[in-house]
Design a protein around this ligand. Structure first.
Ligand SMILES: [Zn+2]
Length: 241
């Protein structure tokens, strides 16, 4: 842990008392919470003063499993939980995002998705970021976009090349890694929508994974029983990110 972490929690944004109940300034808590440390790490490439600024100006919002997400004109960082973004105009999942993932959107482009688990997201307006985060902040966003593009390219290859059970295992594993201690609230139908697979195919894959002791599925809920077993089956495309 870097030495400067202890000085990262600027108290000045406590004044934002009008924020809604589920939305609060990052530093409206006392002491280095896991949430703040994760954000501090997500902004690691920035100089310490920019990181402190980012923490003091952004807000962290709580989300529930199933909540819709729409981001535009902002810099967002997943603090906890798992968010599945959608390929434009479809139910197909574009990315499985977990803690530390950064998503920047211009005003003309939006990113939509659904929360798979409960979670928290940090948000700051893109114009504020561009005003204050400097060259290092811009390079950080470009780097995050490069990583996103690499994830999307891996996903394209995955759809064309990998078998259904390997893809279902990979999806479940990536969600589990983003939110390790939570049941995954997903129906087999929804998994089919996310991966572009038929319900009957997903059902067969879930049975195979259950038979191997990797995961138990039922009633719209999935419990990971053996993550290392799932790793052996998963193709690794989502989980690699
Ligand atoms: Zn794959």
């Amino acid at each position: 842990m870097p030495q400067e972490q202890s000085s990262a929690f600027a108290p000045d944004c406590l004044a934002k008392a009008s924020a809604p109940a589920r939305q609060r300034p990052v530093s409206a808590v006392s002491g280095p919470t896991a949430e703040t440390l994760r954000l501090w790490q997500a902004f690691a490439p920035l100089p310490p003063e920019r990181r402190r600024w980012a923490l003091s100006v952004g807000v962290v919002e709580a989300r529930r499993a199933g909540d819709f997400h729409l981001g535009a004109g902002e810099v967002a960082v997943i603090v906890s939980g798992c968010l599945a973004t959608e390929a434009a105009g479809s139910d197909l999942s574009a990315e499985i995002l977990g803690p530390g993932h950064v998503v920047a959107t211009g005003t003309g482009r939006s990113v939509a998705g659904h929360w798979i688990t409960d979670g928290e997201i940090y948000r700051v307006a893109l114009v504020d970021w561009l005003d204050r985060a400097g060259e290092a902040g811009m390079l950080h966003l470009l780097d995050a976009e490069d990583r996103r593009r690499a994830r999307l390219e891996r996903r394209l290859v995955c759809v064309g090349r990998h078998l259904a059970t390997a893809r279902v295992a990979d999806l479940l594993l990536s969600i589990h890694r983003a939110a390790p201690r939570q049941d995954i609230l997903l129906s087999q139908e929804r998994i089919g929508d996310m991966l572009g697979l038929r319900r009957s195919t997903v059902n067969g894959s879930c049975r195979a994974l259950e038979g191997a002791g990797g995961a138990r599925t039922g009633r719209g809920k999935i419990r990971i029983l053996d993550a290392s077993g799932l790793t052996k089956t998963a193709c690794g495309c989502h989980a690699a990110s």
